[in-house]
Design a protein around this ligand. Structure first.
Ligand SMILES: Cc1cc2nc3c(=O)[nH]c(=O)nc-3n(C[C@H](O)[C@H](O)[C@H](O)COP(=O)(O)OP(=O)(O)OC[C@H]3O[C@@H](n4cnc5c(N)ncnc54)[C@H](O)[C@@H]3O)c2cc1C
Length: 480
């Protein structure tokens, strides 16, 4: 059969074609709701978890809600999340007051020292012609460009601050260390203008999902216009795309489902762990290279609720500097994993909370500990760094994004290994089509965004991109 007659034989229309979306995170939800808008009827989402939202997970906590995953809207102009809510008065601007560096001997850096360090970080911009890793570039430039008075007065503190800054950048980019981070992580990312840390006044990040879904904002999980299209607790174990006709999906419990198109939105971590078994026959080499080359890093949160806010009035957040001897001692102790902590801050709309962040291998180790042991470690950490006392919290939780097999990490970054393999997000996001250009397996999700990866707005755009791709293909087929 020629490509042309084959496509006539594929007598499907928007009304009849069967579309499976794997994953009901924000990219899957964006794809499904856009497909409904385009007039597609037979859309089914398969979600491994018992809830929709994926790495957006808003839960009730203390007097309001908290977000276990995505928390801030990063930027305004050109950010589809901001565009959707900008007239609704639901976002609060970020607050710059009250940031402090604290050392492991409880010393708090002076305002001048803090300003000098923050200035370097704010002005640090990596150029696209930079060779090597971000770690190389940042370290070299730090010693040349950071306020020389800071270095002259106290080289020890300048060194501790550099380590702390590296950790902070790792938490933003989700890498374990900056020596594995490619400059492309910055040169390919289009930062949207405006406030980079807008927080949700109420309802958390669920507010955005509720708007996409036209669902109740008070009930995280309400499937809105996708009601009847979502299958929860349905992990897809195999996508068989042999031949050129329909594809078959096998669920974890052996159910077989035939479809015409698949939009796969599982995280890069899930792809990396599962692609060899998930796709039958094997994926093309270019796709495998992108899955192997890119990375999903680990960033976790600690959330503590108190009877009263323990942080003093003047303090909104703090980052931690380890004295060399203290670090040496820590590394030999059972609390070694605390080295991965970046800092703590207050939480918008939740005056009784403290939230902390931990990154990389230490974050992954922390996930293996019982909650009680984690809290014990944190209390030791507070006693070590802070001049004020932090009581036993009323409630405590930590996230475990890496050990959850449906995520296997937090958000994606470009490692230098991807440069080595000459691969990237375009390869990851490109669809597998038949010879006449009919999409069979499409890929969406934050890691496939060429310019807004690692964010909710990027993930949303990729869902829309793949829904529009199918719409383009079906344009004009209604009459066939
Ligand atoms: C701690 C943390 C903080 C973050 N902070 C921010 C922030 O402040 N601002 C921001 O913009 N972004 C933030 N992000 C990133 C943002 O959450 C993600 O980029 C975005 O939510 C990813 O959406 P997605 O649809 O691509 O993937 P996901 O949300 O991972 O959706 C994929 C879905 O697929 C499901 N799945 C996996 N395997 C299978 C299978 N085999 N079968 C069926 N279903 C499967 C999963 O359960 C999941 O629901 C943060 C993420 C984390 C973890």
């Amino acid at each position: 059969m020629s490509a042309c007659t084959e496509e006539i034989a594929f007598a499907k229309t928007k009304e009849t074609t069967r579309i499976a979306i794997i994953g009901a995170g924000v990219s899957g939800i964006a794809a499904a709701t856009r497909l409904l808008e385009h007039g597609f009827k037979n859309i089914t989402l398969f979600e491994a978890e018992d809830r929709i939202g994926g790495r957006i997970n808003t839960i009730p906590f203390a007097n309001n809600v908290i977000d276990l995953g995505a928390q801030w809207c990063h930027g305004e102009q050109g950010n589809v999340v901001f565009e959707k809510v900008k007239d609704l008065d639901v976002l609060d601007r970020s607050d710059e007051y009250g940031f402090h560096f604290v050392r492991s001997n409880k010393e708090v850096l002076s305002d001048d020292q803090t300003k000098a360090i923050k200035k370097f970080l704010q002005e640090y911009e990596i150029t696209s012609d930079c060779e090597g890793s971000v770690g190389d570039d940042l370290s070299q430039r730090y010693w040349k460009e950071v306020d020389q008075q800071l270095v002259a007065n106290d080289k020890t503190i300048a060194k501790e601050a550099l380590d702390c800054m590296k950790k902070h950048l790792c938490s933003e980019e989700a890498c374990d260390h900056l020596y594995e981070l490619s400059p492309r992580n910055f040169s390919n990312f289009d930062a949207t203008d405006g406030d980079q840390n807008l927080s949700w006044r109420q309802k958390g990040y669920w507010k955005f999902l509720s708007l996409l879904l036209n669902a109740s904002e008070d009930h995280p999980g309400d499937q809105g216009i996708l009601k009847g299209h979502v299958n929860l607790n349905k992990r897809i174990a195999e996508i068989n795309w042999a031949g050129d006709g329909e594809l078959t999906l096998r669920t974890w419990n052996g159910q077989i489902i035939a479809v015409d198109h698949v939009i796969c939105t599982v995280s890069l971590g899930v792809l990396r762990a599962k692609y060899q078994k998930l796709f039958v026959p094997a994926l093309p080499a270019a796709k495998v290279r992108s899955i192997e080359g890119l990375r999903l890093g680990t960033v976790n949160k600690f959330i503590l609720e108190f009877e009263e806010q323990p942080m003093p009035e003047h303090m909104r957040s703090f980052a931690c500097l380890w004295l060399e001897d203290d670090l040496k001692e820590l590394r030999g102790s059972k609390y070694f994993w605390l080295e991965g902590i970046v800092g703590f801050h207050r939480v918008a709309s939740q005056p009784l909370l403290m939230e902390g962040w931990i990154i990389g291998a230490h974050a992954r180790y922390m996930e293996t500990l019982r909650e009680k042991k984690v809290l014990e470690g944190l209390q030791w950490f507070f006693r070590k760094f802070l001049t004020f006392s932090v009581p036993h919290p009323k409630h405590f939780l930590r996230t475990q994004w890496y050990s959850n097999p449906n995520f296997r990490g937090s958000y994606s970054f470009y490692p230098t290994y991807a440069d080595e393999l000459r691969t990237g997000r375009t390869d990851l996001g490109s669809p597998l089509m038949n010879v006449s250009g009919r999409p069979r397996i499409q890929f969406a999700g934050e890691a496939t965004s060429p310019n807004h990866f690692a964010t909710v707005h990027g993930a949303t755009e990729t869902g829309w991109r793949e829904a529009d791709r199918l719409n383009e293909f079906y344009k004009g087929r209604a009459e066939n």
